[in-house]
Design a protein around this ligand. Structure first.
Ligand code: SAM
Length: 283
């Protein structure tokens, strides 16, 4: 297994059946796998947490650069495939659990201390997974995620653009993101219907120190709740205040009372939160 990763052979030999519903599209290209491991910034003193082990190809690439890898996989029918594909890899452990169904406490019992998260994600769990780690108190240093290209655009979008959304701001509240590479659908086995991109999010602990983070989160969520409505409208619904009061707060923050939430930067949301706090309007 050190030379060519012949996942197709292993899959055939074990009789493993792909579960489309779990987003099982595996990567086999060694250069690409090494590049993703490198994008994560992992060093041999750090722990990698992988979500979605699949056939273990990325797990193996991560094990080459990290001190250890803890990889979570929901589908235990991959056990035999992984026994073969991870043979000889001493610093990787596969845990057959659904990360999204684990509390921070349960996660912390398995992953002790700081870690970098790396995942080639099933697309339907991308946003919940990214949000779960960005908004938790778990000591995650970074997230390097392979996502559908359109989702990557959303994670790194500029304020006011069509891709700018609540998840963009969740990323900005926690750190900073960049697309490290684009990956054609042809690189997966079997090939999915979409192209992908790798996004690296470096977490900056304490970025919002001294700020009312729950209030900013609620402001962000409500600003994007109904995209076609004005910010005043959305805030009035979410905070149970009159539209007139919402308009006053927005003016006091220095914005046009008819502005839409999607035009506000993180700095603008901070300003808004200060005025809400001053007026005693809570999250
Ligand atoms: N990392 C492998 C690779 O790069 O080839 C596999 C990637 S595949 C796109 C995603 C994997 O995530 C699948 O093996 C799937 O069974 C697993 N998975 C899906 N939902 C999961 C969840 N909630 N928790 C853990 N693993 C999950």
């Amino acid at each position: 297994m050190n030379e060519e990763i012949s996942i197709k052979d292993i899959v055939a030999a074990t009789g493993f059946r792909f579960n489309k519903g779990l987003g099982q599209n595996f990567l086999t290209d060694k250069n690409l796998l090494a590049a993703i491991a490198s994008d994560s910034g992992l060093t041999n003193e750090e722990t990698a947490v992988e979500v979605g082990t699949g056939a273990g190809t990325l797990t193996r690439a991560l094990a080459e650069v990290a001190r250890k890898v803890i990889s979570f996989e929901v589908d235990s029918s991959l056990a035999l495939v992984l026994e073969l594909s991870l043979r000889g890899v001493e610093n990787a452990e596969v845990v057959f659990r659904d990360v999204l169904k684990m509390s921070d406490e349960q996660f912390g019992e398995i992953v002790d201390g700081e870690f970098r998260l790396v995942a080639n994600l099933p697309y339907y769990i991308t946003t919940p997974l990214v949000m779960r780690f960005l908004e938790s108190d778990l000591p995650v240093k970074s997230l390097t995620v392979m996502v559908q290209k359109e989702v990557a655009d959303r994670l790194v979008a500029e304020a006011g653009s069509a891709d700018y959304s609540a998840v963009t701001l969740a990323v900005q509240m926690a750190g900073s993101a960049r697309i490290t590479r684009f990956v054609s659908r042809k690189m997966f086995y079997p090939a999915p219907n979409v192209d992908s991109a790798v996004v690296h999010i470096e977490v900056e602990r304490g970025k919002l120190e001294g700020e009312d983070v729950p209030l900013i989160r609620k402001l962000v969520r409500s600003a994007f709740a109904m995209r076609r409505k004005t910010l005043a409208n959305n805030l009035s619904v979410a905070f149970g205040i009159s539209k007139a009061e919402a308009g006053e707060v927005i003016s006091e923050a220095g914005f046009d009372p008819l502005i839409r939430g999607e035009r506000l930067t993180l700095e603008d949301f901070k300003t808004l939160s200060h005025i809400f706090s001053k007026r005693g309007i809570m999250a």
